[in-house]
Design a protein around this ligand. Structure first.
Ligand code: ADP
Ligand code: MG
Length: 290
């Protein structure tokens, strides 16, 4: 495309809530034949709220509050908001650490280490789940809820269920992408069952759950090695490697600064309808249609 056509394209993008950082990605976008969508915050609103906290053992909610207050994960803010509504006050903790793609941990004043995170994290700690709890977890996850755990080194202290609404436009945007002949994939660090329920609700058949941030980037690479031109759409710190690897990278406007820094395009309204619009804009720009 001519420099003028590109300028017009970038301008049209801006009018349509699509911020395009460089000309190259606007030119590349019309070649895209595979789109990878992150789940949390991209397909879903990324405004998780706690549905329920079920305490398994006696423990201080103040330790849970203290740990999640130090995490930047959206699930952590949901837990913090919930506990604050219940007038919980924060304990003192030290040695806070995040465990990439799995959760967080810290030490309390009693010298014990506490964990908050996924079932995978619990498994890795060697903590077994009672079968009645496993049944409940299955049911929650089949209802698209995310289940996270608060534990010490020996046992589960609380089970937390979290809901995150699917954006109203996600299903129709995905349908449009498929109508355009694109392959659509979903990637998430969340568990298999929750992922499957969300994928089904928005019409995505190809998805991968429990992926670590580096594995998201590996998945992009795999598709590229198969000859695909890949667009990656994400909102989180955990998407930044994958965004950097993709041929076209699209961040959500509400997302983390890192995602927007890395991505070459940003959807200001975080509305997935603008993904097919961006790809069509690229097509028109390259073909010189006004
Ligand atoms: P996603 O792609 O869903 O944004 P992440 O890699 O950020 O995935 O997180 C993967 C999983 O790790 C979450 O679904 C959750 O189970 C767990 N997790 C990460 N951070 C936290 C936290 N601060 N509190 C509770 N759970 C967490
Ligand atoms: Mg996300």
């Amino acid at each position: 495309a001519t420099p003028t056509a590109i300028m017009v394209g970038v301008g049209k993008g801006a009018q349509n809530n699509i911020l395009i950082k460089d000309a190259e990605s606007l030119e590349m976008a019309h070649k895209v034949n595979a789109v990878i969508l992150d789940k949390t915050g991209t397909i879903t609103q990324g405004k998780p709220t706690v549905a329920d906290i079920r305490w398994e053992n006696e423990v201080e909610a103040s330790i849970l509050l203290a740990i999640e207050s130090q995490s930047e994960h959206p699930l952590a803010s949901a837990v913090v908001n919930h506990l604050k509504e219940d007038q919980v006050t924060s304990a003192m903790i030290t040695d806070f650490e995040s465990i990439t793609g799995k959760g967080v941990k810290a030490k309390a004043e009693n010298g014990q280490t506490y964990y908050v995170g996924s079932q995978r994290l619990i498994n890795e700690l060697g903590i077994a789940l009672e079968s009645s709890l496993e049944t409940s977890i299955d049911q929650w996850q089949n209802g698209a809820k995310t289940v996270i755990f608060f534990a010490d080194e020996q046992q589960i202290l609380a089970v937390i269920t979290i809901t995150d609404q699917i954006k109203v436009s996600s299903a129709s945007a995905i349908e449009r992408l498929k109508d355009m002949g694109l392959e659509v994939f979903m990637l998430t660090g969340d568990n298999q069952q929750t992922a499957q329920t969300v994928a089904r609700q928005v019409g995505v058949t190809d998805f991968k759950a429990e992926v670590l941030p580096s594995e998201k980037a590996d998945f992009v690479k795999e598709l590229q090695q198969k000859g695909k031109i890949v667009a990656m759409v994400g909102d989180g710190i955990n998407d930044s490697h994958a965004l950097a690897q993709a041929d076209v990278s699209i961040a959500m406007g509400h997302g983390s600064d890192i995602a927007m820094d890395v991505a070459k395009m940003t959807l200001i309204t975080s509305d997935l309808e603008y993904i097919p619009k961006a790809l069509k804009l690229s097509d028109k720009t390259v073909k010189g249609i006004r």
